[in-house]
Design a protein around this ligand. Sequence first.
Ligand code: GAL
Length: 713
Amino acid sequence: MKRTPAAPLSVWRPLNLDHFLLGVPHYPEHIEEDLWKSDAERMAAAGFNVVRLGEFAWHLFEPREGVFDFALFDRAIEVLGAAGIQTIFCTPTATPPRWLTVAYPEVLRMDERDRVATHGSRQHADTNSAVYRRHSKRITEALATHYRDNPHVIGWQTDNELNTTVSTSYSEETQAAFRRYLEDRYATIDSLNFAWGGNFWATAYDSFEQITAPRAFNPGFASPGHVQDYHRFLADATAAFQHDQVEILRRTNPDWFIFHNLGRLEDIDFRGQFGQDLDFLGFDIYPMLYDEMRRTGGHPATQALHLDVCRAYSGNFIVPEQASGFGSQPGFSTMTPEPGEMRRMALSSVARGADGLLFFRWRPAHFGAEIYWMGIIDHDDLPRRRYREAMAFAQDIARIKDALKGTTVRMDVAIAGADFDNQEAYRTYPMGMPSPLEDGAILHRHCYENGVACGFIHPADDLSRVKLLYIPHWVMWKSEWDANIEAFVRNGGTLVVGAMTGTRDENNHIPRTLAPGPGLAALCGVRVEEFGRVAEPGADGLFGMPGPDFGLNTPAQRLPASSSQRRYRFTLGNSEYNAAHLYELLETDGDVEALGQWSNRFLGGRAAISRRRVGSGQAIYVGTYLTGALVEALAEHLFSDAGIEPLVPNLPANVEVSLREADGRKLLFLLNTDEARTELTDTPAGTDLLTGELVSRSLVLGPYGCSVIQLSE
Ligand code: GAL
């Protein structure tokens, strides 16, 4: 395996490995040794080249403190290696052994209600704990040294889905670490009191020693500055925990690649040190977990959304775990991919930037908290449809891998993403409004359904390939991004800024100038003079609020939607639309046109959506939140002027499209996400790399059928 140095973080970054990693997470410790050889041979026959091992096996590597035993994994790696299957090893720190939690109970996490985590599941140890960090370094050092010269071990995954089960901790040790973090950040207690607004509700402190971690509703709302810094601290501590391991692995064998597998994206700043320490990110994708969530539009759209969000952090990625079959833990179960769908889901991941993919998992477990989580082969040791589909996917990869190398995912429409501070700032003070991601997802969904190349990008990233950039009400807009955004607009880009953007500074204070802050106000020619809530049917600010219900939030006490509820409406073109969540009253400069106008009540006649032409581009400000109808209208008014066309015209419903490109090479992925056969009538000309056939205009996709067309010009 050849690995080149990782380029700086960017959504446009290709992977730095020379071949596509393809295989399964595997747990030889779960199965009798006499089955290992046939497992390895069947993996090789399927076309796999790698397994991921060891993430939950610390108790086997170190059965007693300081006593190491790698024999079981040495044998497993050897058997796999003999069949041509290489190994990605994991640091096993998601599951410290029982002897460790007995001898060092202080490493256990403590939850918000001061309950100490019990031994018996996973992620019970506190990655903020200095004592736990010492053990994490010990086991990493021991494993790294042992496998340094093993030719079959090619790279490492740190831990497993850090912070996915739980990210917070309230133990004394963690709170002491929080205080040290604050002292480093602020140096004096006066600076901290200023940042957190100590004169509000007497929240000022005399010294750092007095500070505790914020707790939700205990009894009321904590200061946004306090909450934001607690989450900054958790992200900092998570990065430091991983950094310990990365430092050891890099020092031991600089040829190894290192990644982490993302789970729930809690309290990790991927564009910070955490992501900079890695060669690339891994994203575990379980689309069927989201099937029941109406707002997400079903699992194909959700998978695309999640992978596009992930790509914004650091570019192409691998999928270390891709759902293969029915999945469950004791409290839930997922839908099951239908025949052909597992392969389609895997190709969807590739279409959106995966340059490696491991199907979760080789074998299902016969014991433990995931006994019904299916693998590639079944409990009776027989390979059935999932094995055949994995093999078909491996053949697909063999056919496309050369053309795929070095390509990145096309993105004409981009949504601002990947910013830790903005994600957290929203959560410190949500007010019952949608999050930036929920708002941006409405635009993403429109693009997904209409075949427009769309994704997420950080505003400090290279914007030159993007045609339209939407900023979904990022309250903590930073002036250091202004120049990049202005250049984007001057060079022909269309910028669309959503309501509430730039309403706070880094301390979560409201500045003394009007939103959206000096840079964006000048670029858009707009200042927000007033804002107010828009009543949604059946909800208002209090009812929409997360957290305790104050005894009010019961169906019987909900107010019925009535005609007296205020709706604010605006026109755009010849149609009228309802504002969503919030209205804003805009003060506009002389060179600003009102693209949309408020049309009723006291707002009537004022600009609702403004446009300023700047250089060869335009800066648009939208004084409300997105709805599906508003997105459609914006697309109609802005897309073709901005040079945005669907990748394929007249795309049938349920067909997903994405383009990967580099140096004039263009690979068009067309994936049928449904069981009904479908026909495209306007496919661009090229060669379907999966079948070798020439394609032009008409293309039939069978149930969950897939094509990867290398376009002719
Ligand atoms: C992932 C996790 C795996 C396994 C899988 C299926 O989130 O990393 O260890 O639990 O889900 O539940």
